[in-house]
Write a protein that binds this ligand. Structure first.
Ligand code: SF4
Length: 364
């Protein structure tokens, strides 16, 4: 028995949110690095289906309130995996909702507004509703439509920019140009949304590293998003990016190369007040975060400390981080087991870089 639908992913910042599925999968589904919805067909859900999910979540919460302290609805009317989701949300205070899947702004404005109004009415404790969207879909909406959606209670939009370089965007089949990124970002900000823009150091490969850093920063300088979130590139075997790599058309950067690109990117952010967040477990340097402009030196300082480390220490930190043992540079402790893994990765994979790539692929 399915109680409400849940899609596969959400941003880490939405860990405390209930997931409300408005559409299934991604209408584009062609970005070269992305495997989230591979092989899955995009579809819109009906307003009736979405409202029924909202009702079922509300009913589950009511049932759980009758038996405080348990994550399971005891009368058997709600399957345990669904009641556990709602119980988890209740523990976070039922304060936020994340609208799935990849592109809620592809919905008709009137439908999205109806869903938002219904969710707000059913869950008055909710303080924040957020969603992923493609830049193209935001860009297609007029200012009045965006204002309507904002007024109905959508607070934040997450846009996967990845790069601000047209050459890189074309290489990775992003299906949007630099102009689309600027247009969507500025429209979202003008309509009063909080905006998260994602940047991928290294997505242009070794050949376009400097261009990727400078042009991505240039787009964000025009937008001034609320958040700039850093994401890591991992060429997974079932993706077009992997094929580009094996065909010699995309050369991955080393960990140090990606970190250097991130430094140039941060240096190139000018005249904006965004908060930079390295808020993903796959990112090497989680400490690179803060508010611009005042925290710029703090962020580049972390990068400089990493790049100035002896190569042996740097490798140990990379391995410890990839094993989930280290979060910050100061966590480096010379642990014997990490040194051992380092040696074995080099032996088994031919180089540490390849060994790390395999660790990351396995992780995903
Ligand atoms: S738009 Fe987003 S979800 Fe869709 S293929 Fe691209 S990265 Fe993946």
């Amino acid at each position: 028995m399915e109680c409400f639908e849940m899609g596969p992913i959400r941003p880490p910042s939405e860990a405390g949110s209930i997931l409300l599925r408005l559409t299934r999968n991604c209408p584009w589904n062609r970005c070269a690095f992305c495997h989230s919805y591979k092989g899955q067909k995009f579809s819109m859900r009906t307003i009736g289906e979405i409202k029924s999910d909202i009702d079922n979540i509300a009913r589950t919460a009511d049932e759980l309130r009758k038996a405080p302290g348990t994550d399971v609805v005891t009368n058997g009317s709600v399957p345990p995996e669904y009641s556990a989701q709602v119980a988890f949300w209740m523990r976070f205070g039922m304060k936020s909702i994340f609208l799935q899947d990849a592109d809620s702004m592809s919905m008709q404005t009137a439908d999205l507004v109806e869903v938002l109004n219904y969710a707000r009415e059913k869950f008055p404790s909710v303080k924040r509703i957020t969603t992923y969207s493609r830049a193209k879909s935001v860009s297609r909406k007029g200012p009045e439509e965006l204002a309507e959606i904002r007024a109905a209670g959508l607070d934040r939009i997450h846009i996967g920019m990845e790069s601000g370089s047209d050459r890189v965007l074309e290489l990775i089949s992003k299906g949007a140009t630099r102009k689309d990124m600027v247009d969507a970002g500025r429209k979202a900000i003008a309509a009063g949304f909080e905006l998260s823009e994602y940047f991928m150091p290294g997505i242009g490969g070794a050949g376009m590293s400097e261009e990727n850093a400078r042009e991505s920063a240039a787009v964000l300088n025009e937008v001034n998003p609320t958040f700039i979130r850093i994401r890591s590139v991992v060429p997974l075997p079932d993706t077009p990016l992997f094929e580009l790599m094996t065909a010699g058309k995309w050369t991955p950067l080393s960990e140090e190369g990606r970190v250097s690109e991130l430094r140039l990117f941060i240096e190139s952010l000018e005249g904006i007040t965004s908060t930079v967040a390295s808020d993903h477990i796959m990112n090497l340097l989680e400490e690179v975060g803060g508010k611009l402009p005042e925290d710029r030196e703090k962020m580049t300082g972390v990068i400089d400390r990493f790049l100035a480390m002896e190569i042996d220490d740097r490798e140990s930190f990379i391995v410890g981080r990839r094993l989930g043992r280290y979060r910050n540079l100061s966590d480096l402790d010379g642990a014997a087991d990490i040194e051992d893994v380092k040696v074995r990765l080099k032996q088994a994979c031919g180089s540490l870089e390849e060994g790390i790539m395999q660790l990351l692929r396995n992780y995903i």
